[in-house]
Design a protein around this ligand. Sequence first.
Ligand SMILES: [Zn+2]
Length: 186
Amino acid sequence: MDRRSVLKLLATTPMAVLAGSWFARPAFAKGEKTVEDLQKNWKTLLADGADVASDTEPVKLSNEEWKKRLPPQAYDVLRKEGTERAGSSPLDREKRPGVFACAGCGLPLFTSAMKFDSGTGWPSFFTIIPGAIGTSRDFKLIFPRTEYHCARCEGHQGHLFDDGPEPTGLRYCNNGVALRFIPKTG
Ligand SMILES: [Zn+2]
């Protein structure tokens, strides 16, 4: 390949492909399951008799009540929109089959089949259990970000980015301390 064709190749290769290839790889093999299947069949990953909320009936507690109910770190994230230190949550490395529920109210938010290794140090997911998440915009880092929270107790979970893997291209960057993992047993 001469110099001219190298330049031509570089000019025609989108930079996003070069820069984003480690994020953009598919989270599961093509044709294996669709995102809709993962969403529809999420209960197949729920352990029998798991203690989770079965509906999105709102949970409204005062700050004082939340403070009593939650460990300090979980309170800071869920009720004060804090962010845990990257790499601090064992759930970032959790790979067993199961369900990730809100640590505040027990509403199932994600399954292990929706998780991927983003390399960021925070548990990351490319889709959600339908109806489990609400979003809002925040400007805490000057530029606008999409904040997301549990649809039942409105506890802050993390931020949503559009640099996730195929097929959704979404990255739900979650605080591990805001989640409770329920492994599927048997
Ligand atoms: Zn909740």
